[in-house]
Design a protein around this ligand. Structure first.
Ligand code: ADP
Length: 637
């Protein structure tokens, strides 16, 4: 509730209003990094309004209650003033009768004030709760929109962005916006309305006094803006001198060895002392100016208030205004000035918020994988093909460089054809480009030139999600998500039933160890659960792939070797998985590739040899060399 009493309380709040117009050096500096753009606060708003799309009814309801609460405030202010008239009427001054009003008793006024307050508070409760709930909703929606969008961005984005940094910055930005939406937005609307309502009330109570208030605003604003800009200029000079002295500190401390060997401590201390002197002079001058400017503003302000009080008293004396209405008038003035002060503060805050909004919006505007950038083929063909993918693969003169390392050509005119059901192993020294071939197959990246064909079409012609759904990767390092083993297997095909999960685990030779775990399939794995061995994790990955039932399979062979028993179990599981599927093995050890239909040897992003194990050995080329190197070194990767 605002203070109902007269002009004295108005001073500090009015001062705060005008001192807000006079930018403070420090807050200004703090605002600088977010370099506010014109209309920035509108972006904060617009984003909010978009995010509460499903709850706009609640928003406008909260707005209505906010408005009602403000009307309640204003009524309270007038009524509190009228209580003064009731008192004077009771003393026999006949104040109300002068203005042709029916006198109201003190008790009735008291009850009315109490009722007004209760109704106002109910409105405040409803609108405040509404705005907080909406702000929380908007922030939650923003978080999930951001996350959903983020994981759909192309690999190139993740290659070039430090994701950890990005996610923590985003969380901080959202937290900032959340605070704005739950609190500041309401305060802003409330004060804007309060300012309008307050000024309206001034005129309602006395047109002449209201006009007088408006007349005093321009000189006060002018003096504030003028002195504000002068102080800012002078403070900039002080800052500059201060930074000069910090340069000395930095300089001397980095060269402290030299300073000491020359025994120049005294000299440096004097130099620093002189720079402090140079800093102090303008700083002291600014101190004087600052105080003078504040006094000047206060002078203008006091003069206005005295003018108002003098004119008001004359109006009362000439019976053109009741003392009660004058009291109400002064209270409304306080209300309006306070609201104005808070508004100025909030606008500055909104501008600071604009940096956070910009960052969030720019992330939301990044094109997703299927949104054009990555799917640069005939993306119009987004119709999901019927049936299963034919497991035919063709790389036609594919050249590729990673977007983050454009100086290195990773694949050069790379050609490879794999028929449905064929098992092909890619071998070659580390860095030859084997994993890159798999990445292109999954369309994590698209080739710079040439074509990747899958089935009977250009890989870019398929809807990305569908295409990846038809392929499976068994990676070197199996990452398990926190959750049960069953959930981890079902990751291959979310929504798979329990029996399907069990069947896949059995075919992957995984039931053998799962049955021995304390909770079987429901045992939790990962950070907070049991730790599984390499071979066990691999079998889970195979079970995942079996459940997915892909047409094309990519095995990125594990580099670390397993004990013979585990090796056998994994190998059997792989055999089961590969049956009837086109398989591309990225082989890091040659021992495992012998059974493949074809071995393709890569070097520097090209195919240099291709054939069956025996053929290649007999040819005595690169493959034979690799085999011999592996025999002596126990591995080449
Ligand atoms: P291989 O699987 O045969 O060991 P890769 O396909 O992993 O080879 O790597 C081929 C080349 O591409 C290497 O020179 C490697 O440094 C580079 N490379 C691999 N991944 C990336 C990446 N994400 N960003 C930049 N360069 C990469």
């Amino acid at each position: 509730m605002p203070p109902a009493g007269g002009g004295a309380g108005a001073l500090p709040t009015c001062l705060s209003f005008f001192s807000d117009l006079m930018p403070d050096v420090q807050t200004d500096a703090a605002a600088a990094p977010g370099t506010p753009r014109a209309g920035a606060p509108m972006r904060v708003w617009r984003l909010y309004y978009r995010l509460i799309a499903g709850h706009r009814g609640a928003f406008w309801l909260a707005m209505a209650f906010l408005l009602a609460g403000i009307v309640g405030h204003l009524v309270f202010v007038v009524a509190a003033g009228r209580l003064v008239d009731s008192t004077l009427d009771a003393l026999g001054f006949g104040i109300s009768a002068d203005r042709g009003r029916e006198p109201i008793g003190i008790d009735e006024m008291g009850v009315f004030l109490l009722l007004t307050m209760v109704v106002t508070l109910v409105c405040v409760f409803i609108d405040m709760r509404g705005f907080i709930v909406l702000g929380e909703r908007a922030a939650a929606r923003l978080r999930s929109d951001l996350f959903t969008h983020l994981i759909q961005l192309p690999m190139a984005f993740f290659e070039s962005t430090r994701v950890g940094e990005l996610s923590s910055r985003l969380l901080a930005d959202v937290a900032l916006l959340q605070e704005t939406w739950t609190n500041d937005l309401r305060t802003f609307v409330k004060n804007a309305m309060m300012l309008l309502g307050g000024v309206g009330l001034l005129f309602l109570l006395s047109v002449k006094l209201g006009g007088l208030v408006l007349l005093t605003v321009p000189p006060i604003v002018l003096v504030s803006v003028w002195s504000g800009s002068r102080i800012r200029r002078e403070s900039a000079e002080v800052q500059e001198r201060l930074s000069h002295s910090s340069t000395i500190v930095e300089e001397v401390l980095t060269a402290i060895r030299t300073v000491k060997t020359f025994a120049n401590e005294g000299h440096e201390a004097r130099r620093f002392g002189a720079s402090m002197e140079a800093f102090l002079r303008p700083a002291l001058r600014v101190a004087g100016h600052r105080a003078a400017y504040v006094c000047l503003i206060m002078l203008v302000l006091f003069a206005s208030i005295i003018g108002l009080m003098w004119f008001g008293s004359r109006q009362i004396a000439s019976r053109h205004l009741t003392p009660g209405d004058f009291t109400g008038f002064m209270s409304a003035l306080v209300l309006a000035a306070t609201a104005g002060g808070l508004l100025a503060e909030l606008v500055a805050r909104f501008q600071r918020m604009s940096g956070a909004t910009e960052r969030i919006l720019s992330l939301l505007e990044e094109a997703t994988e299927d949104g054009g950038q990555a799917g640069a083929g005939s993306a119009a063909m987004a119709v999901i093909p019927e049936g299963r993918l034919v497991g035919r693969i063709g790389f036609d003169g594919v050249s590729f460089r990673y977007p983050t390392r454009t100086e290195a050509v990773v694949l050069r005119e790379f050609d490879l054809r794999i028929d449905p059901g064929e098992r092909v192993a890619l071998v070659g020294p580390s860095g030859a480009g084997k994993s890159t071939v798999a990445a292109l197959l999954f369309r994590l990246f698209d080739p710079e030139s040439g074509r990747v064909e899958i089935g009977d079409r250009d890989a870019r012609d398929y809807p990305l999600g569908w295409l990846r759904g038809q392929m499976a990767l068994v990676p070197q390092e199996v990452l398990l998500f926190g959750g049960s083993i069953a959930e981890n297997i079902a990751y291959g095909r979310p929504g798979a039933g329990r029996e399907e999960v069990v069947a896949a685990a059995r075919r992957a030779n995984a039931m053998e160890f799962i049955d021995r775990l304390p909770d079987g399939l429901d045992t939790r794995v990962g950070d907070r659960g049991v730790q599984l061995s390499g071979g066990q994790r691999q079998r889970l990955a195979i079970a995942r792939a079996i459940l997915k039932d892909p047409a094309i399979l990519v095995l990125d062979e594990a580099t670390s070797s397993l004990d013979p028993e585990n090796e056998r179990l994994v190998q059997e599981a792989l055999e089961e998985l590969m049956r009837g599927r086109t398989t591309l093995v990225i082989a890091h050890r040659l021992r495992t590739v012998r059974a493949c239909d074809r071995i393709v040897v890569m070097r520097d992003g090209r195919v240099i040899e291709s054939g069956r194990h025996e053929e290649l050995l007999a040819a005595g080329g690169a493959y034979r060399n690799l085999c011999e190197a592996e025999k002596t070194a126990g591995g080449f990767d």
